[in-house]
Write a protein that binds this ligand. Structure first.
Ligand SMILES: Nc1ncnc2c1ncn2[C@@H]1O[C@H](COP(=O)(O)OP(=O)(O)O)[C@@H](O)[C@H]1O
Ligand SMILES: [Mg+2]
Length: 192
């Protein structure tokens, strides 16, 4: 079975950008879960208010299993709910993190509406994707990278180091935006 790398993170942290560069570098298969779900109609309903679809895991998981079982090259699966990929298939899980202020800029650039920017920034501050990964995978498999002042290429190089077993500095648990924002005195700005 091929090696599977899961990349999760709040929207705007850089999953798609990083996964596509990484896939080219390691000649891997890049799976963007949101795209796959839309393209193959693997959703159960459309959430009009939040302008998103709700993936149907009964359809999505068999599809992923099929892709993983038939692949001859490494697979990079990315999405903000990538922890749905069953642990037994996953070699490494990477969570991309971004300082809330920078994330706000990136999401504005992506033309997200105000309420969605707010929801995503709050999720990033509370570490929702990291929490979900911890519930899904053994801690030893999970790494976090702060992309705030890195380029996509630098982020990819760190992932390559992690894949070579040199990811000690990126083990999950070191990034805490709550503490950072409290120190900066900006926490209330994001929750008012
Ligand atoms: N270190 C970095 N890693 C990844 N993306 C970055 C980085 N720095 C800036 N960016 C920018 O942030 C944006 C991330 O968008 P995208 O890759 O679509 O995120 P996601 O798939 O997580 O929603 C891109 O415009 C990308 O160029
Ligand atoms: Mg994306």
């Amino acid at each position: 079975m091929s090696k599977v790398v899961v990349i999760s993170g709040t929207p705007g942290t850089g999953k798609t950008t990083v996964a596509s560069i990484l896939a080219k570098k390691i000649k891997g298969i890049h799976i963007d879960l949101s795209n796959l779900v839309l393209k193959e109609k693997l959703y159960k309903e459309v959430d009009e208010k939040r302008e998103t679809v709700i993936a149907d895991l009964d359809k999505l998981l068999p599809k992923l299993r099929e892709i993983i079982r038939s692949a001859n090259s490494p697979i990079i699966i990315e999405g903000h709910y990538a922890e749905i990929v069953p642990s037994k298939f996953v070699n490494v899980a990477i969570i991309l993190r971004t300082h809330p202020k920078e994330l706000e800029k990136r999401l504005k650039k992506k033309n997200f509406k105000e309420s969605k920017i707010r929801e995503n920034i709050q999720a990033e501050i509370l570490g929702v994707c990291s929490y979900n990964a911890l519930n899904a995978y053994e801690k030893e498999k999970i790494y976090e990278i702060d992309t705030t002042s890195k380029t996509p290429n630098e982020t990819v190089n760190i992932i390559l180091e992690i894949l070579e077993g040199k990811g000690e500095n990126y083990k999950i648990g070191k990034i805490d935006w709550l503490a950072v924002l409290e120190k900066e005195g900006t926490l209330s700005y994001f929750f008012e």
